[in-house]
Design a protein around this ligand. Sequence first.
Ligand code: GLU
Ligand code: ZN
Length: 299
Amino acid sequence: MEYAGYVGRFAPSPTGRLHMGSMLSAVASWCDARHAGGTWYVRMEDLDPPREVAGAASDILRTLDAFGLHWDGPVMYQSGRHEAYAEALSQLLDEGRAFGCACTRKLLAGATVYPGHCRSGLRAGQTPRSYRYGMSSGVHGWQDAVQGGQSFVAEELGDFVIKRADGHWAYQLAVVVDDVAQGINAVVRGADLLDSTPRQIALRQALAPAAPAISWAHLPILVNADGQKLSKQTLATPVEADKAPDILVACLSLLGQRCAHEEKVLEMMQGGDVTGILAAAAQGWEMARVPAAPIHSQG
Ligand code: GLU
Ligand code: ZN
């Protein structure tokens, strides 16, 4: 991987406290960035008020801090970025790459992929409820540093929502606009977002054709005994700051990093030295060691 001028980020949604799954993304993206001598931003993806929990954003930042996962520059808050998203939407509409969609939830019920009803324009009397990006046909793929070669055909992705019917900006649009604005060129995140990636690659090329391609690494997801992804919905236990050294070492071990087992690191763990553990982890960081397959976990 080319590491010159590495700019990465951790982009949590403040829908609850950090759990092991989100910690893996934070630790892996931090280590990858620090190993490369790069920049690591934190971006708070607070653009979905109905799903947000009061106090979660500050709790997440406090937790990162307690774990020694220090970020560069100010935290970007998506709630303050509406103008940039509006500009992107009008650029896409002007270029004919996005379209207003009048379909109701009821009309689309049962369709896993958008059937393209409004692609070629709305009929007289119809008004847009949401806005969609028109995916160009063909195969959308990339080489993932953890998951290997990936490809999706446009027909299985469909034209996706970039502004929602409830008036909120869609995650896909906001992520791409902000990744461009922050100069992000490396993304390390959970494999639950794998099918967002071809959409985000297409959107990035449309909005900022001159921006460098992102190098992608999608980490294994953590699953419970039933094979369900650990998430706030499956009541994953939040990580506790007073167990930070143990949790960091556990994350590194799940991420396949050899340093997790080194004696010195275990000593630092016992001494509660998160900074030391992270420094050793960043130095010895090897993305190639991260496993691709889902990991069974209690937490
Ligand atoms: N905010 C998203 C989430 O918490 C992650 C976005 C990303 O890493 O691209 O699931
Ligand atoms: Zn439609």
